[in-house]
Design a protein around this ligand. Structure first.
Ligand code: NAD
Length: 291
């Protein structure tokens, strides 16, 4: 099997994950076409990349100002997927976790990218075979689930859909290694793939204990950190990566995939989302600890 070298990439969605993906690719000396829906959103993403490179690499002496400028120059901004994917070897989608939106994006990537380009999704939970059904070439569609923050987390789950070719898997794994990370290959038949499937029940139990006011979030995180030698408690981890909205938006999918008992959202996550909170620590401080 032949793993192809990626020289030119497109990243669709310049939010939390997409801007970090564009950054990682540009630092690895790959040309990047960065896309978001509007010029303003695109500029926010590009600004975040510049700030992170300054804070984590330049100020720590790991990158010079010239290298930073060269990395930024490798990223070109677009507000059209059609334009951005022209001539790329690889395109990765990082738009919000909604199947209909992902299919729309893949249909466009498939129509306008060169026929041999690999098309990847950074989805945390969605089924790769279903995403690939929006394309005419499902053999080139693959999941590449990066973990947040990308500059610190070494794992990338490379997710095989029903029709994903071995060449596509090999090319994805080679790219993951080129970015200095470790690939783990799995099938898309597991909702949450490997890591999230195993870790989500712990997150939800921890949130349930906050909801029952068994102990404050700090104490629950402390118990899990010290009891299981975790570098970070599950509640502070999801607060830190901004992951609660993904659980909220995926609830219907989770119920469909796992059944109502396992799939239904924890009541705390629903209550804090309705109140406009995205961090359990803030919601505990302002609301739960007082009631
Ligand atoms: N946040 C995390 O910790 C995390 C970790 C791993 C994987 N993921 C996955 O990565 C994906 C993106 O998550 P995120 O947290 O970066 O979301 P986000 O909401 O921060 O960013 C999504 C971006 O996509 C843009 N977008 C929406 N529609 C678009 C379109 N049609 N064309 C171009 N851009 C469009 C939005 O404007 C936004 O900037 C999701 O599938 C999520 O499950 C997230």
């Amino acid at each position: 099997m032949v793993a192809r070298k990626i020289n030119k990439a497109a990243v669709i969605g310049m939010g939390m994950m997409g801007s970090q993906l564009a950054e990682a690719l540009a630092v690895a000396k790959i040309e990047v076409a960065a896309v978001d829906a509007t010029e303003g959103l695109l500029q926010n993403g590009l600004k975040a990349i510049g700030e992170r490179l300054g804070r984590f690499l330049v100020s720590k002496g790991k990158m010079t100002q010239e290298e930073k400028a060269a990395a930024m120059e490798r990223i070109r901004g677009f507000t059209s997927i059609e334009q951005a994917v022209k001539g790329v070897d690889f395109a990765i989608e990082a738009v919000p976790e909604k199947m209909s939106l992902k299919k729309e994006v893949f249909e466009k990537m498939d129509r306008h990218a060169p026929p041999d380009a690999v098309l990847a999704s950074n989805t945390s939970f969605q089924n790769i075979s279903e995403i690939a059904s929006a394309t005419k070439k499902p053999d080139r569609v693959v999941g590449m689930h990066f973990f947040n923050p990308i500059n610190r987390m070494r794992l990338v789950e490379v997710v095989r859909g029903a029709r994903t070719s071995q060449d596509t898997i090999d090319t994805a794994c080679a790219l993951v290694r080129e970015l200095g990370k470790e690939p783990v290959v799995c099938k898309d038949t597991s909702y949450g793939f490997l890591a999230n499937r195993a870790y989500t029940p712990m997150i939800m139990e921890a949130a349930q204990m906050v909801w029952e006011r068994v102990a404050p979030p700090e104490e629950i995180d402390k118990a899990l950190k010290l009891g299981y030698n975790l570098p970070m408690g599950p509640l502070e981890m999801v607060d830190f990566v901004g992951g609660w909205p993904i659980f909220v938006s995926s609830e219907q999918d989770a119920i469909r995939e796992l059944g109502p008992e396992k799939g239904r959202l924890n009541p705390l996550v629903r209550a804090m989302s309705r109140a406009g909170y995205t961090k359990i620590y803030d919601y505990w401080r302002d609301v739960l600890s007082k009631g």
